[in-house]
Design a protein around this ligand. Sequence first.
Ligand SMILES: Cc1cc2nc3c(=O)[nH]c(=O)nc-3n(C[C@H](O)[C@H](O)[C@H](O)COP(=O)(O)OP(=O)(O)OC[C@H]3O[C@@H](n4cnc5c(N)ncnc54)[C@H](O)[C@@H]3O)c2cc1C
Length: 441
Amino acid sequence: MSSFTTAPFNVAIVGGGIAGVTVALGLLSRGIPVKLYERAECFHEIGAGIGMSPNAERAMLSLDTRIHTVFRNFATPNTEDWFQYVDGFYDSHTGDGEDLMFRIYLGNRGFEGCRRSDFLTGLAEMIPENCIEFKKEVISVIEPDCHINDDRKSVLYFGDGTVAEADIVLGCDGLRSKVRQLILGVDSPASQPSYSHKFAFRGLIPMKKAREVLGEDKSSTRYMHLGHNGHVLTFPVAMGTILNVVAFVTDPGDWPSKERLTLPATKDEAIRYFTGFGPVVTSIMEMLDDKLDKWGIFDLFDNPVPSYVSNGGFIGLVGDAAHASAPHHGAGAGCAIEDALALAVLLEDAAVMLQKSSDIAQKKRVLQAALSSYDDVRHERTQWLVRSSRFIGEMYEWQVPEISNDPVQSLAEAESRCRKIWDYDIDGMIKEARGLFATKL
Ligand SMILES: Cc1cc2nc3c(=O)[nH]c(=O)nc-3n(C[C@H](O)[C@H](O)[C@H](O)COP(=O)(O)OP(=O)(O)OC[C@H]3O[C@@H](n4cnc5c(N)ncnc54)[C@H](O)[C@@H]3O)c2cc1C
């Protein structure tokens, strides 16, 4: 429980995706004033479904129970407690289309999916209107000189010519983060994401149709259909009325657009890419709409971000801005919520510490220590996620030579990596963050 009513500092949040919105809610519920700047006209999520792993749900509960309630309101239960990984490529030995390669226990109500837009809109409705400004594209941020002992703040410059100030700036501006470019330098390799040489066809199939073709079991729970140079994830969303499909393929070439990460595609193209796959995957492709989107899978694997905090210590990176990962673990948004939690508890501790102090130098030291502790507690885990996401995507497409399509080795790798994500000790993270913060001061 906070021992202050309003923190003696304010926070600017750049970007209103899952990272920005959850940070905002976590800080506001702890009495820390925030202003969220989003370049679009309203909150929006492109893409269809999103799954939330168990660690993400635990982080939501610690951050603000209302976040978890929103997720639960929209979460679509899997009918199975197991994540099923099947051979989507070779003919089945059992006659039902695909052989089970391995499965991983999800637990009761583990890793359920919802429609992205439902989740984001539900969260955004809880942020007071006066804490949000739309159509505000951040083009620059100037950090105060940390050696000068006055109360100057960071200044944010927007595309419409306006400016704003804040003690702390959090870049929650996604894969192609402007804030990351600003703090690392535009020429730093880590300022730009790189193409993972995979892209995904994404589609939604009405459940009635999916059930007729795939049967009850394959349409009502999480399945990963594995194969040579491609893999397909399916899970129910929208309270079981829709089957979400994400069909990944390997692409040795370059992504054809510099500006756009999503491009129009067709069902015929998807069918072509999955030629040679077994009957279940083929029938999934055939059920897709004639016109689709394909998403280039970009991440920060090739040039890892060395630190999530600026040199001056008052600007931080959160979510994809810090550690955009290929989506093969389905954990990017969950890890963004973990980031939000770490920041919320650290800035809450900072507010408690500064409540009775009017010493400007002390305020700067405390805020710098909070952000630096955030970097310490989040960097290793989230950088591992970036690396592991690439690995597991290759493993699902039988591209790791020493594993290929061996089910025993695949299970061992997938299970240990998923457990590292799903079983993360959220309370331990909070304790570690607070310990680091106390030590720095
Ligand atoms: C195909 C696919 C499937 C996925 N599936 C899952 C899954 O099942 N589970 C999971 O946990 N994760 C999943 N992920 C990852 C997840 O989608 C991301 O990690 C998460 O959405 C990142 O959220 P974010 O808020 O950091 O960034 P974003 O969602 O990109 O939000 C950034 C926001 O910042 C705004 N913005 C950008 N620049 C500026 C600027 N200069 N000024 C102001 N505003 C700005 C943008 O308009 C946007 O609203 C998946 C990703 C993909 C590609």
